[in-house]
Design a binder for this molecule. Structure first.
Ligand code: ATP
Ligand code: MG
Length: 261
């Protein structure tokens, strides 16, 4: 299983929208896909139609209670896509973890000790908007990082802090951690500032930035309220098409030896 953390400590930049739709795109082309919701807000779980009352065991149980992975996974309406949902108790985990031995490796240990990980080809982790212990657990457990970046004025400032964190994680917790790419989100062609930011980001980060960009698209923001990915809600819309393009770019960038035949 290849594990991809989707992280940016800035709030509302499109992490969850990216997590839901890239997971759906991967499942649609036959990859056995797991989406692990590591945000106490639980938006990825809700957006995939897993209501709060349906969330038996969750990512909290996986990290804190040593639960078995297969007990925490829930099927979604999309064939080939399972979710480990998040519940509100995950907000306490950030504090509880401080006391726990090996607190940054709880998730990595949980995924490694569970042979059921092998049932999946790829796992995406939807991170909360912070660089706290939950995000550190995600980075310690992942092969690579996917960064959604909203095309707005302060985008690059937040990014340097994230890249410093990645650097620290590589030096201590997880030397193997890579960065698979930065995806520009909520791109609005009619807005000159957006265009300028996108150009600056590409100048600064070069090939790290995916060629695909995710447009600002109302269908992407409507879909979660129907409990379904945009790719199912309206697979022709510009947002869905952009996520399909991102999925194929992502596959081309994943380590070849790890990509399932
Ligand atoms: P948080 O930091 O709170 O977890 P996030 O980074 O996960 O937020 P999302 O929840 O994916 O961000 O997106 C924030 C809001 O913007 C949501 O209401 C979402 O529906 C909307 N949104 C995300 N991407 C797009 C887009 N490309 N076009 C239009 N709306 C979008
Ligand atoms: Mg989110």
């Amino acid at each position: 299983m290849i594990t991809v953390a989707i992280a940016n400590q800035k709030g509302g930049v499109g992490k969850t929208t990216t997590a839901i739709n890239i997971s759906t795109a991967m499942a649609a082309i036959g990859w056995r896909t797991l989406l692990l919701d590591l945000d106490p807000q639980g938006n990825a779980s809700t957006g995939l139609g897993i209501g709060a009352d349906q969330r038996r065991l969750s990512s909290y149980d996986l990290i804190i209670e040593d639960a078995v992975l297969s007990d925490c996974t829930h099927k979604t309406s999309i064939p080939g896509l399972d979710v480990v949902p998040a519940t509100q108790d995950l907000s306490g985990a950030e504090v509880e973890l401080v006391q726990v031995e090996g607190r940054t490796h709880r998730l990595a240990d949980a995924l490694n000790r569970n042979a059921q990980s092998a049932r999946y080809d790829i796992c995406f982790i939807d991170c909360p908007p912070s660089l706290g212990l939950l995000t550190l657990n995600a980075l310690a457990a992942s092969d690579t990082l996917l960064v959604p970046l909203q095309c707005e004025f302060f985008a690059l400032e937040g990014l340097s802090q994230l890249l410093q964190t990645v650097d620290r994680v590589q030096q201590s917790l997880n030397p193997e951690l890579g960065i698979v790419g930065v995806i520009l989100t909520m791109f609005d062609r009619r807005n000159r500032l957006t265009d300028q930011v996108a150009e600056d980001v590409r100048d600064c980060l070069g090939k790290l930035v995916f060629e695909s960009v995710i447009p600002r698209n109302v269908r992407l923001s409507e879909a979660p309220s129907h409990g379904m990915p945009a790719l199912v809600y309206d697979h022709h819309c510009a947002g869905s098409r952009a996520y399909i393009a991102l999925a194929s770019e992502l596959i081309a960038r994943l380590p070849k030896e790890r990509v399932a035949a």
